[in-house]
Every structure is written in structure tokens, then in C-alpha cells.
Design a protein around this ligand. Structure first.
Ligand code: MIC
Ligand code: SF4
Length: 642
């Protein structure tokens, strides 16, 4: 019985546990990445561990999210991140150098290595054959300190790609098709492994589009083999020596299988407000569009933007459309500038932004009220664009460009003859915006601005817990609901007391005040609670407000891990019907919580309003139970080291 690629890489990095789906394993991490919006917390946590220099093969700190400097906060964070990186052996990618996932793919990704990133789209690295996983900042800090990463051994899903894409159909349509079939929770507990004859026809950046947006399936990660295409890409990036060939065994066994006939795919889009609400462009029809945004870690590679430039060449953006473009990296940006494609984009009326996340995370370019925005991004959760009542459609760059020209959602097949963009034999290589860490760390002072507040720490879990239901929410609540981003809130990422005022603010503006009044609270949720971002602020800020537990029908992987890391109990209903019996403001009581937790997987909860008792499950391993009892991973680690 042969091994699939995922198992091969996991086995080569296994530190503890048994590779049986569903059980906890620990793996060694070769590389880490952080971005600025999660990085400040990750490095504060790393500093708290007292490890002088990172123990990974490579750690990189990127600035790409909080680049709109409307006050001192973001600039202060950048300076902190630059100095803390220099001091602890971390490479620093300066603001303007590009989006972490795009730059990492270009300059650092190595097939067969493990990468842990404090960003949920870290699986982009799967496009180059890495096992690249998104996690909370604290888990990344532990990995930088040389600790293993704990995860649930995933099931491995084989997605066999057959045949080739038709003209004007793109890699985005492949992942939209997977999302259509599996849904935003279909990947939870799974790695999506792409194989089959169709793989060879996809370039590394195209593969990266697919693995990137695999995050929206809730998957642990997604991965492609490392083949001749990977070799050529690495060679063109001047890194041929880092290539290794990696394939699953011929007789590899998988837990689930899916076949996608690439020839059968059509241009598609995900409709508001979920990445799995996928329809073909034909099915959606020619709706009027007000904004088109091209960029993000999903679709802003060299080939993506060259295709857009070719479509826009000699034409003007429609009178009622605002077209914004953010190139994925400085490499892409500079290459477009040097070969003239940027001039074509400017001439077409496109508004060119810097190489950052930008509108994808609501950092500017919010569409008008009630607008329709077509974006090449990966998330269209309500309010994420910064405009609560805007409808965001997610599509590939070809659909986006065709739409920018016509002012209506457009099928790019109507554009006429298609020419595939070939990747250059040599990319423009210039790493001067990536600063190597200092040799002599004694001379480096870590500079902290007033926005960087000390990390709040949780207290031990109390034995008896009576908590008020502060909020009851539906299925698929995202971390954007729990802890919104955007230009106003993001600058507070290193200031938990200040950012906690915004917890659930778009869902219920009174939430933070109610939580403070109650002192201790619980949130009740539906399925897939906490999907989306890796932001640990969605656990850390509720913890600061006194949230002791979340009781949901099911959880998204990274958010559940973040809750545990900060000492918040993730509880699941045994009977979904019990969800209906709970109302906001109910008081729930769990007696002898500590001993119940240690005794097994079940806890008895009593609703003091109705007098009803019911059983819930916590699903914690003994390690996770100890973390919860101690009030979070930091307390637990300190205790272990005593
Ligand atoms: C996102 O796409 O939501 C982000 C912003 O990149 C997040 C990280 C964050 O919230 O800082 C992610 O995906 O993990
Ligand atoms: Fe940045 Fe958007 Fe990618 Fe998140 S999804 S890393 S905000 S570009």
C-alpha cells in the first residue's frame, strides 16, 4: 500500500503521535512566516518565551496587511517588527515588497518542507509542493522557538485533475468548482491533494491559486506534487538547486477521491456572501457591477496581471466601474513596469495600488453603498469589503477584466481569441527589500511604540462555572464577524484592550459592553464556528472580555486551536436540538468543571432558566485539557519549564 504525498511529508517531520486520521500528531516545522496583522502578537509571544534566536531553517516576517498609515499605529508596528526580526534571526520583507504568500512562493518556498504561517492562506505554498499550514500566532511563535506543531492527523482527499482547461477558464475556476462541490466546511480535518494528468498543464502560480483558496474549504492544507513544472519555476526564480521531485506513490491510498474534468469547467464566480455560493457566469447573468478589484494572494501573479493587461490594452474601463489593481509582489509590479504592461493598465483607467493585501482586508477601496464588487480575492464574507451592504462576487482575473470593460458581469469567452501567458524563463530577481537578520544581536534595540500593549494572560480555569450566554449565532460565523478587520480596527492589532471593543461589533454593537458587565460569558454558535482567518485576536479579545467557553455545533480548525491556546473551552453539542433550547442571556452552569474535564470527553451543562441539563463534548486531548486548565498555552508552557 503506497503513501500519498501528504503522508510522506508528515512522516518525514513526525515528532510525536500516530498517523491515524483524527488523532493528534506533532510535526517539526522547517519554515515559518508571519504577516504584520498577526505578527506583532506572534513576536510578543516569541519574546515572552525567552528564546534568543529562531530555531527554524528559515523564518520570514512580512509587512503586507496594515500598510495604510493613517496614524502612527501601523508605522510603529512596522518598526517593531523590523527590529524584533533583526534581533531574533528572522528575515524581514519590507512594506512594498509584496503579499507574504506571493513573495514566499517566489523567493523561499521549497518542495517537501513544512511551513507554518500566522495567516490562513499559508497553504499557497502547497503550489510548490510544500506542506504549508496556517495557524495562530502563538503556534507560530512556538515553532520559531523550536517546538513542534500539534495538529489533528488529517484525512487525505485525492482530487484527480484530468484533461486541460479551455481558453478563458482559469485556475480560479478549478478551486471554485472544488468549493461548489465540497462547501466551506467540506475540507475540515482534511488535506486536499491534487494529482492526475491535468496537473502538468498548470503552472506553479496557477497551482498556488488553487491551494491558496483551499483555505476556504476549511482544509488543513492543499498540496500539489513537485514535478518538472515546479523545477522550471524554481529555476526561473534562480533557485534550481532547491528543487526536489515529489510525487505520491503509484498505488497511494486516499481517504476520499474526487475527479475534476478540467475541460468541462466554465468561468464561474462565488456569489455573496460565501466562497462556496458558486455559479457559472452564465447562470448569474449580466448583473451591473460598480467595482472590480484585481489582486490578493489568490490572483495577482505575473501571468494573472499580464492577462489582465492584455485584455485592457487599448481599451477604457467602463464609465460606471472603478477598477483597482494591486500586484502581488514587487517582482510582479516591476516586471509589469519594465515590459510596458503597467502602462497599458494605467492607460485603461485602472487605479494602481501598492503590492499589499489592500482592499482584500478592507484596507481602503470600500465600494459604494449597495454596490456590486467583482474581486479576484478569496473571501466575500459580509462587511469584509468595508461596506456592509455591498455584494462581493469572487472570480478569476479574466472574468474581472472583462467585467471592468463592459460594466456588467461578463463571460471572458466573449472577448475573442485567447492567448495563454507563458511564464518568463527568468523572473526579475532582486531581494534587497528583504533584510537579513543582524549577526550581532546585542546591538539591536527592539523599538516599541505606544500602540503596542502587553499581552493579556488568562487565569486558571475555575472549577465551577456559571456563565451568561452573551450571544447566540448561526452557522458559518467567520472570524470577520467575531473580530472585524478594515482600516479602522486593524491598526489596533497590537492593543488588545482597544481592539476588544470591536468584538462582534457588526453583529451586535452592544456585545463588548454586555460582556464587561457580565464579567464571565459564553457564546453559542452553529456549525463551522470561526471559519476564515487565522487571527488569534478572535480568541484573544473575547478572552480579554471574559469569554470562558464557546458552545457550538462544530468549529473551524484554526479558530478552535486558537481558543484552546488562550484558555477558552471549545464545547460541542452532542444533540444539535439542544441549540434550540438556549436563548441569549440564559445562565449556563457547569459544576466541578476541572474534575469533569479530566474525567473524560463529556461535560454536564445546566440551563438555569429552564432547569434542563444536557451533555456536551469537548474533544480535547490530554495535552489540550492541561492547556485549558492552566488558562492557555503560555501559562502551560511556563509551568512545564518550571
Ligand atoms: C485574512 O485574509 O482574513 C487575513 C487578514 O489575511 C487573515 C489574517 C489576519 O486576520 O490577520 C488570515 O487569513 O489569516
Ligand atoms: Fe492578504 Fe487577503 Fe491574502 Fe489575507 S486573503 S493574506 S488579507 S491578500
Amino acid at each position: 500500500m503506497g503513501d500519498n504525498l501528504t503522508r510522506k511529508i508528515l512522516a518525514a517531520h513526525l515528532v510525536a503521535g500516530e498517523m491515524v486520521a483524527g488523532s493528534e500528531i506533532a510535526v517539526r516545522i522547517d519554515q515559518t512566516l508571519t504577516q504584520d496583522a498577526t505578527g506583532t502578537m506572534a513576536y510578543l509571544q516569541f519574546e515572552a518565551m525567552g528564546v534568543p534566536r529562531v530555531k527554524t531553517e528559515l523564518s520570514v516576517s512580512y509587512i503586507d496587511h496594515n500598510t495604510l498609515q493613517t496614524g502612527f499605529e501601523n508605522a510603529d508596528d512596522h518598526r517593531f517588527l523590523q527590529t524584533v526580526a533583526a534581533k531574533h534571526g528572522i528575515y524581514f520583507s519590507r512594506p512594498g515588497n509584496g503579499i507574504c504568500h506571493q513573495v514566499h512562493l517566489e523567493r523561499f518556498g521549497v518542495p517537501g518542507k513544512t511551513l507554518l504561517g500566522s495567516d490562513s492562506h499559508t497553504p499557497t505554498g502547497g503550489g510548490i509542493g510544500m506542506l504549508a499550514i496556517g495557524a495562530g500566532g502563538l503556534d507560530v511563535a512556538v515553532a520559531m522557538g523550536g517546538g513542534p506543531f500539534y495538529l489533528t492527523m488529517p484525512k487525505v482527499v485525492k482530487v484527480e485533475l484530468i484533461n486541460n482547461l479551455q481558453p478563458w477558464v482559469s485556475a480560479k475556476d478549478v478551486i471554485l468548482e472544488v468549493l461548489r462541490r465540497l462547501s466551506v466546511k467540506g475540507g475540515v480535518g482534511k488535506v486536499i491533494e491534487y494529482t492526475g494528468p491535468g496537473v502538468a498543464g498548470l503552472s506553479v502560480p496557477e497551482r498556488a491559486t488553487i491551494t491558496n483558496m483551499g483555505a476556504e474549504l476549511g482544509a488543513t492544507t492543499s498540496i500539489f506534487p513537485s514535478d518538472a513544472v515546479t523545477k522550471d519555476f524554481l529555476a526561473a526564480q534562480g533557485r534550481a538547486g532547491q528543487w526536489v521531485e515529489l510525487f505520491p506513490d503509484e498505488d497511494a491510498v486516499y481517504d476520499e477521491e474526487l475527479v475534476i474534468d478540467l475541460t468541462a469547467l466554465e468561468p464561474m464566480a462565488a456569489c455573496p456572501h460565501s466562497p462556496d455560493a458558486v455559479k457559472t457566469i452564465q447562470q448569474i447573468g449580466e448583473i451591473v457591477v460598480n467595482q472590480v478589484a484585481i489582486g490578493s494572494c489568490t490572483n495577482s501573479s505575473y501571468a494573472d496581471l499580464m492577462q489582465v493587461a492584455r485584455i485592457m490594452q487599448g481599451k477604457k474601463v467602463h464609465d460606471h466601474v472603478s477598477l483597482v489593481i494591486s500586484p502581488g509582489s514587487r517582482q510582479v509590479f516591476e516586471m509589469l513596469a519594465r515590459n510596458g504592461a503597467l502602462a497599458d493598465l494605467i492607460a485603461s483607467g485602472a487605479r494602481i495600488l501598492e503590492s499589499t493585501c489592500g482592499p482584500c482586508i478592507g484596507m481602503g477601496q470600500s465600494p459604494p453603498s449597495g454596490a456590486v464588487s467583482v474581486r479576484t480575492f478569496n473571501r466575500n464574507f459580509p462587511g469584509r469589503s468595508g461596506t456592509a451592504d455591498a455584494g462581493v462576487y469572487l472570480a478569476g482575473p479574466e472574468v474581472a477584466a472583462a467585467t471592468a470593460l463592459t460594466g456588467k458581469l461578463a463571460d471572458p469567452r466573449k472577448l475573442g481569441e485567447y492567448k495563454k501567458i507563458e511564464l518568463p524563463k527568468e523572473f526579475l530577481i532582486d531581494d534587497k527589500m528583504i533584510i537579513a537578520p543582524a549577526e550581532d544581536t546585542e546591538t539591536v534595540d527592539v523599538l516599541r511604540g505606544p500602540n503596542i500593549k502587553a499581552l493579556p494572560v488568562n487565569s486558571e480555569l475555575p472549577d465551577g462555572l456559571t456563565v451568561q450566554v452573551l450571544l447566540k449565532v448561526e452557522d458559518n460565523i467567520t472570524t470577520d464577524h467575531i473580530m472585524p478587520a478594515g482600516a479602522k480596527v486593524l491598526p489596533l492589532r497590537s492593543n488588545i484592550p482597544a481592539i476588544s471593543e470591536y468584538v462582534f461589533s457588526a453583529v451586535d454593537p452592544d456585545f463588548a459592553d454586555r460582556a464587561k458587565r457580565a464579567e464571565r460569558g459564553i457564546v453559542v454558535g452553529g456549525h463551522n464556528y470561526g471559519q476564515g482567518s487565522s487571527r488569534e485576536h478572535a480568541a484573544l479579545a473575547p478572552m480579554y472580555l471574559g469569554i470562558k467557553a464557546v458552545l457550538a455545533k462544530s468549529f473551524a480548525r484554526i479558530h478552535r486551536a486558537n481558543l484552546i491556546n488562550f484558555g477558552i473551552l471549545p464545547l460541542t453539542f452532542m444533540e444539535e436540538a439542544e441549540y434550540n433550547g438556549i436563548e441569549q442571556d440564559d445562565l449556563l452552569e457547569i459544576k466541578s468543571l476541572r474534575s469533569q474535564l479530566q474525567a473524560g470527553d463529556r461535560l454536564t451543562v445546566t440551563n438555569l432558566r429552564t432547569g434542563d441539563s444536557f451533555t456536551v463534548s469537548h474533544g480535547l486531548t490530554s495535552r489540550q485539557t492541561a492547556i485549558i486548565l492552566d488558562g492557555g498555552l503560555l501559562n502551560y508552557t511556563k509551568k512545564q519549564n518550571l
